[in-house]
Ligand binder design. Structure first.
Ligand SMILES: Nc1nc2c(c(=O)[nH]1)N[C@H]1C(S)=C(S)[C@@H](COP(=O)(O)OP(=O)(O)OC[C@H]3O[C@@H](n4cnc5c(=O)[nH]c(N)nc54)[C@H](O)[C@@H]3O)O[C@H]1N2
Ligand SMILES: Nc1nc2c(c(=O)[nH]1)N[C@H]1C(S)=C(S)[C@@H](COP(=O)(O)OP(=O)(O)OC[C@H]3O[C@@H](n4cnc5c(=O)[nH]c(N)nc54)[C@H](O)[C@@H]3O)O[C@H]1N2
Ligand code: SF4
Ligand SMILES: [Mo]
Length: 753
């Protein structure tokens, strides 16, 4: 699937990664001045091995979009923006946040974002700024998708898991369409090889006959929002037909009794009827799981953004636990992390969110609660917002409520490359260098037994007027007055003398000045950074990550070929093809479990109680007013969150069509290309219809990331397509994680002349 464009001249190629999804495939790009004119997969990349999808090819639409921000901006009382210099901007942003902190305390301030699909170093630096300025709350997009699963993982395993789809005998995708959305390396290659291998099987649970479902052996085409019934029935069959591996469960798990009892009570025939899947197909799927040597399961938004989402996360994990598919090739495993995406330490004992009292999973306020917290009449309401590398006004539920919330804030600042829907409502906007103009990496390192990380060097100079985030945060932290150059001077000298000297000096300095640990990223940038190769200073915090990796996973780091943390760090800084930083044994997958007794804990009492009540839960949330279910935000071949704003990027489906089944289209009297008004409890919008026979009757879908304002060079700003969150509300959400029901929005459709 490697794409080779052949321009007339052959430019020098620079190794970097694609930033459009969490896979971050290694690519080689050719430049003509500042234009990216050639893109091809990097065959030497440790993880992607030359694989890319079609989206990487037109990455220049990210790098060279019209309307790049090139100066810090201040909003004036009349709503216009004035360009200001960096010194003024840094001083005023710090003063503004200080003012809110002085009047209302750090609990009235929230930091949102800290990285998208290709950039996570800014999150490490953002943490320093957050602490330097006393911003107490934080959140990011994970708190509207993955916190329910994280809560379950915390309770069952105390850590995050990886599925080995490259080798699994049976791969299961629950509300996940890896053909379009990826989520593991070389996704399309892997899906095709499973389909071509008679000894392996793929099970897909999805109401739509997706590109992935087309390759599956068993497609369980559930009615939207009924996965809890489907997955409970699968687990019920495993228990009721005595297909569970009882010896394995006895040896490796705790708390299985209440779970087995509840699953033995599941009325499989009735649950099959409720989810709309033929009972015999469901039983075949369960038997296939039980017969397999290895099973790997991946869930994603199709269930994370719908009814019973946290319960479904739990039930899907029971499927592979019941058949003992853990810690072996092709199965589920734990894995190492360079910097973990979640903190599982307090699972089940999370602090309560202000106002709502809901749990704050992994330290992140549920995204749906943020605008409510701003608009609340409450002493602990939010009054200041610091947004970095995210566009919450567009990407979180209820854009209208978000606009009202932005207007109520005493202070707001956005760091971005573009004048986004969020930036346009902020008091200050700080322009950052793009992801190809600075050193970057992501912490999406989730593989096993080999785990990889790719640090990339800048391939272009920063756009004039912009700064890389490490420098922005260093200046903010400095302005906040928490850096003392006298304290840093010996560290700088030690860094110049050598790594051992630096490590010793740092340990001493942090002992003498414990406050410095909180702004560690900036301290490393300012002291170790200058000793790194040109352009790489921003990667200095990874030195600390390498030390941590060595401390936690020394054997695996050494097995990957690194004698010391410094060797690992140097490799990350030098190697443009990525680095295998840990090489584990399957036994180590057990030791990385992080539960009290070292066993997998099956009994999540709250969710077992939900399972017991499931028979009484509603099956259908449609009403006569809203007779359709809209999935608002589908991943397609031409979507990439809100990273690319230029609609010309999309070679097909520029408008982002509303997919509708042939029968529904006929009943409404719309044809492909016709216009349809979509109305939900949250709002109304007009979309272009696409009659699509992969859709179930009663189910329609709109793509994610559409409806972004974009002004082509010299042209007028225009939004193309429907912005999905003009149609969503914050109130329909998961009771545990507060995650929105974006895949399950009751809607009404009317043809528009
Ligand atoms: N092309 C592309 N790839 C991307 C992204 C992108 O914007 N574009 N974004 C990235 C990000 S941030 C993420 S989180 C991932 C998300 O990746 P996915 O979760 O795979 O993407 P979606 O298409 O949003 O939803 C997956 C599936 O859920 C199905 N679905 C809808 N309702 C239900 C239901 O009730 N039950 C079940 N079982 N399924 C249902 C849809 O039909 C769809 O096929 O993609 C990543 N990759
Ligand atoms: N209705 C509905 N809403 C959804 C979804 C859905 O399925 N349906 N999907 C949700 C999901 S899973 C996710 S992950 C979110 C994603 O939504 P967000 O978390 O908002 O993230 P992105 O869309 O990836 O936006 C990244 C931002 O980073 C900016 N950016 C790019 N490069 C840089 C850089 O180098 N530095 C800085 N500072 N900024 C940069 C981009 O211009 C963009 O504004 O959307 C969610 N929203
Ligand atoms: S969009 Fe994702 S899968 Fe496609 S090339 Fe980019 S990183 Fe790879
Ligand atoms: Mo996401």
């Amino acid at each position: 699937m490697s794409l080779i464009d052949t321009p007339s001249t052959t430019p020098e190629l620079h190794k970097t990664v694609c930033i459009l999804c969490s896979n971050n495939c290694g690519i080689e790009v050719g430049l003509d001045g500042r234009e990216i004119v050639k893109v091809r997969g990097n065959k030497s990349h440790v993880a992607s091995k030359g694989y890319t999808c079609e989206k990487a090819r037109r990455i220049n639409h990210y790098q060279n979009a019209a309307g790049r921000l090139t100066s810090p901006l201040r909003r004036e009382p009349d709503g216009s923006y004035t360009e200001i210099d960096w010194d003024t901007a840094i001083a005023e942003v710090v003063a503004g946040l200080r003012r809110v902190e002085a009047e209302h305390g750090g609990r009235s301030m929230l930091y949102y974002g800290g990285g998208g699909q290709g950039n996570h170093l800014c999150g490490a630096y953002g943490a320093a700024t957050r602490r330097a300025l006393g911003i107490r709350h934080r959140s990011n997009a994970l708190a509207q998708e993955k916190t329910g699963e994280a809560w379950v993982d915390g309770r069952m395993f105390g850590t995050h898991l990886h599925g080995d789809f490259h080798h699994a005998e049976v791969s299961v995708f629950v509300g996940k369409n890896p053909w379009q959305s990826h989520g593991f390396d070389e996704a399309r290659r892997v899906l095709k090889s499973i389909a071509a291998d008679e000894s392996r099987s793929m099970i897909v649970i999805d109401p739509r006959r997706t590109e992935t479902a087309d390759l599956a052996d068993l497609h369980l085409q559930v009615r939207p929002g009924t996965d809890a019934f489907c997955v409970a029935a699968l687990a019920g069959v495993l228990v009721q037909e005595n297909l569970a591996d009882l010896a394995w469960l006895a040896a490796h798990t705790s708390g299985s009794d209440p779970v087995m009892t509840e699953l033995s009570r599941v009325d499989v025939a009735e649950f099959a009827r409720r989810c709309g899947v033929d009972e015999s197909l469901l039983r075949r799927a369960a038997r296939r799981l039980a017969a397999a040597d290895s099973v790997a399961v991946l869930e994603d938004l199709g269930i994370e953004m719908g009814p019973h989402s946290t319960l479904v996360s739990y039930l899907q994990k029971l499927l592979w636990v019941l058949v003992g598919s853990f810690a072996k090739p092709g199965a589920m495993t734990t894995h190492s992390s360079l910097v973990p995406l979640f903190n599982y330490g307090a699972a089940g004992r999370e602090p309560a969110a202000p106002v709502s009292g809901n749990p704050v999973i992994s330290g992140m306020i549920a995204c749906n609660e943020i605008p409510e917290l701003v608009l609340a009449d409450h002493p602990e309401r939010l009054r200041a917002l610091f947004v970095e590398s995210a566009n919450p006004v567009h990407s979180l539920a209820d854009s209208g409520m978000w606009r009202r919330a932005m207007a109520e804030l005493d202070f707001s600042v956005v760091i971005d490359v573009a004048m986004t829907e969020t930036a346009r409502l902020a008091h200050y906007v700080l322009p950052s260098a793009s992801q190809y103009e600075k050193v970057e990496t992501t912490f999406f390192s989730l593989s096993f037994p080999d785990n990889t990380v790719t640090v990339r060097a800048p391939i272009l100079e920063p756009e004039p007027g912009t700064l890389p985030e490490p420098e922005i945060h260093a200046r903010l932290v400095r302005e906040a007055g928490v850096i003392d150059d006298e304290v840093l001077a010996p560290l700088r000298a030690a860094a110049g003398a050598g790594r051992a000297e630096f490590a010793a000096a740092l340990a001493q300095t942090v002992t003498d000045h414990p406050g410095l640990a909180a702004i560690g990223a900036v301290v490393l940038y300012e002291t170790l950074g200058p000793t790194l190769p040109e352009g790489m200073a921003g990667a200095a915090p990874l030195w600390f990550s390498a030390q941590q990796a060595m401390m936690k996973h020394g054997d695996a780091v050494r097995a990957a070929g690194f004698e010391s943390a410094d060797d690992l760090f140097d490799a990350m800084i030098e190697r443009r093809d990525g680095v295998v930083f840990t090489r584990h044994t399957y036994e180590q997958s057990w030791s990385m479990l992080n539960t009290d007794d070292g066993l997998i804990d099956l009994d999540i009492a709250e969710l077992v109680a939900d399972l017991a009540r499931l028979a009484d839960a509603p099956i259908d949330h449609r009403t006569s007013d809203f007779p359709f279910i809209l999935s608002a935000g589908e991943r397609r071949s031409s979507t990439a969150n809100t990273i690319i704003r230029d609609p010309a990027w999309r070679q097909q489906d520029q408008q982002g069509s509303l997919r509708i089944s042939p029968a529904d289209a006929a009943a409404l009297g719309v044809s492909s290309g016709g216009r349809v008004r979509v109305t939900t409890a949250g709002g109304t919008a007009v979309a272009v219809a696409e009659i699509n026979d992969t859709m179930l009757e009663g189910h329609v879908s709109l793509p994610n990331g559409l409806g972004l304002d974009y002004a082509p060079a010299g042209g007028e700003p225009e939004a193309v397509g429907v912005a999905p969150n003009e149609l969503t509300t914050t109130d329909w959400r998961d009771p545990y994680a507060g995650t929105p029901w974006h895949k399950h929005v009751p809607a009404r459709l009317e043809p528009v002349a």
